[in-house]
Design a protein around this ligand. Structure first.
Ligand code: NAI
Ligand code: ISE
Length: 338
C-alpha cells in the first residue's frame, strides 16, 4: 500500500519533508498540500514536479477522501487546530515540534487522542532517531559510564531572524534538548533555572543571547545547556554525559579531515537540515511504516505535552531569575512505552 500524505505548511521543513516523502523514503507519496501562502505551495509542487493538489483550506485537505495521513509543518501556533482536526477525522498525523505552543494546547490534543481511543499523533522530535544519540544512549544503558551524574550540552545556531524572541530559545530551540535528554536518561525534570551571560553583540537588540539553562531531573542528574543562536560559526550540537566511571560524548557528524595550507581542519555544518538529515529520514520512514501497519509510535502527544510543561517552567525561570519547580502529571497507561 502507498500512503497518501497531505502536508500543511510548505516552508523550510515542509519542503524538506515533502522532498523526502516523494524521493527519499518508501511507501508514501504527497497528494495534497496547503499553505496560507498559496503561491508558495503551488511553487513547491511545481519545483518538485510532484502530482499534488494545492488546497486553499487546511481542513478540506485533512478531510479529503484520498488523504490517508497528515504532516503538520506550519508555524507552531497553528499546530493545535490542525492536529485536533486530524484526530476528529480519525487520521494519523505527524506534527512538527512544538506540538502546540501552550501546555494546555498540548493537553487538549492528549485528551482528544485518548477520547479517540488509539494513538494517531507522532511529534517531530527527531533526535531520538539520530544515530549519534542512539549510540550515546546505548553506552549509558549498557553501563559503560556508570550512573549518569551530569550532562553538559550546547545548542548553537549560526544566526536567527528578526522574529526570533528570547522565549523562543526555550520553546523553539531548547525544546529539542528537553525531549532528547529526558529520553537519553529515561528520567524527567523537576526544576529549571536560566542564567543570562554577557550578551553577544551579534544578537539583535530585543534578544538575550546566549542563555544557559540548568535542569535537574527526578534522579538528581544536573544538566546545563548553552543555547546560543547567533554563534556565527555554524550549527553545532554538543552533548557530554558525565557518569560515575566515565564520560560519553555525542559523536561529531562525520566530515573529511583536511591537512592543507599548514592547517588540520574539519568542516562544521551550518544548517539543521544537513545536521539531522538522516534522523529526519528515519523518523518519517518510521511514521509511514507504522501507519501502513495500522499503528502510530514514536514521540507521542504525551511527550509533546511534558516537553511543553517543562518549557513553560524554563520560560518562567527566564522571567523570574529563580529556580522554578516542574510538576509533571503521571503518565496515563494509554501512553505507556511500547
Ligand atoms: P517556515 O516559516 O519556513 O514555514 C512555515 C510555513 O507554514 C510557511 O510557509 C507559512 O506560510 C505556513 N503557515 C503558517 N501558518 C499557516 C496556517 N495557519 N496554515 C497553513 N500554512 C501556514 O517555518 P519552518 O522553519 O518550516 O518551521 C515550521 C515548523 O517546523 C515550526 O513549528 C518549527 O518549530 C518546526 N521546525 C522543526 C525543526 C526540527 O528540527 N524538527 C526544524 C525547523 C522547524
Ligand atoms: C528550529 O525551529 C529547529 O527546530 C532547529 O532544530 C533548531 O536548531 C533551531 O534553533 C529552531 O529555531
Amino acid at each position: 500500500m502507498t500512503l497518501n500524505i497531505g502536508v500543511i505548511g510548505t516552508g523550510a521543513i515542509g519542503q524538506d519533508h515533502i522532498r523526502r516523502c516523494s524521493f527519499a523514503l518508501s511507501g508514501a507519496r504527497v497528494v495534497a498540500v496547503n499553505d496560507i501562502n498559496q503561491d508558495q505551495a503551488k511553487k513547491v509542487v511545481s519545483d518538485l514536479g510532484i502530482a499534488a493538489e494545492v488546497y486553499a483550506d487546511a481542513h478540506e485537505l485533512i478531510n479529503a477522501a484520498n488523504v490517508d495521513a497528515i504532516l503538520v509543518t506550519s508555524w507552531g501556533p497553528s499546530h493545535e487546530e490542525f492536529v485536533l482536526s486530524a484526530i476528529r477525522a480519525g487520521k494519523p498525523v505527524f506534527c512538527e515540534k512544538p506540538l502546540a505552543v501552550t501546555a494546555q494546547g498540548c493537553k487538549n490534543i492528549v485528551d482528544a487522542e485518548m477520547a479517540f481511543g488509539r494513538r494517531l499523533v507522532q511529534v517531530g522530535f527527531m533526535r531520538p532517531y539520530d544515530q549519534g544519540y542512539r549510540a550515546l544512549k546505548a553506552a549509558i544503558d549498557g553501563g559503560r559510564i556508570g550512573e549518569p551524574l551530569m550532562i553538559h550540552a550546547a545548542h548553537r545556531n549560526a544566526r536567527v531572524g528578526q522574529a526570533y524572541a528570547t522565549d523562543m530559545a526555550i520553546t523553539d530551540t531548547l525544546i529539542h534538548e528537553i525531549n532528547v535528554l529526558g529520553w537519553l536518561l529515561d528520567d524527567h525534570y523537576v526544576s529549571a533555572q536560566v542564567i543570562f551571560p554577557r550578551k553577544s553583540s551579534k544578537a539583535l537588540a530585543h534578544l538575550k543571547d546566549p542563555q544557559i539553562v540548568l535542569l535537574e531531573t527526578a534522579r538528581g542528574t544536573r544538566i546545563d545547556v548553552e543555547v546560543f543562536v547567533n554563534c556565527q560559526y555554524g550549527y553545532d550540537i554538543q552533548c557530554e554525559v558525565v557518569g560515575e566511571t566515565g564520560i560519553a560524548r555525542l559523536p561529531e557528524p562525520s566530515s573529511v579531515q583536511l591537512r592543507s595550507e599548514a592547517k588540520l581542519s574539519n568542516e562544521i555544518l551550518v544548517d539543521w537540515k544537513d545536521r539531522f538529515i538522516a534522523a529526519y529520514d528515519v523518523e518519517l520512514q518510521a511514521f509511514i511504516d507504522a501507519v501502513v501497519a495500522g499503528r502510530v509510535g514514536g514521540p507521542s502527544a504525551w511527550d509533546g505535552y511534558t516537553a511543553a510543561v517543562t518549557a513553560d517552567a524554563c520560560v518562567a525561570a527566564q522571567r523570574s531569575g529563580k529556580v522554578e519547580p516542574i510538576e509533571l502529571p503521571e503518565r496515563p497507561a494509554f501512553y505507556a512505552p511500547a
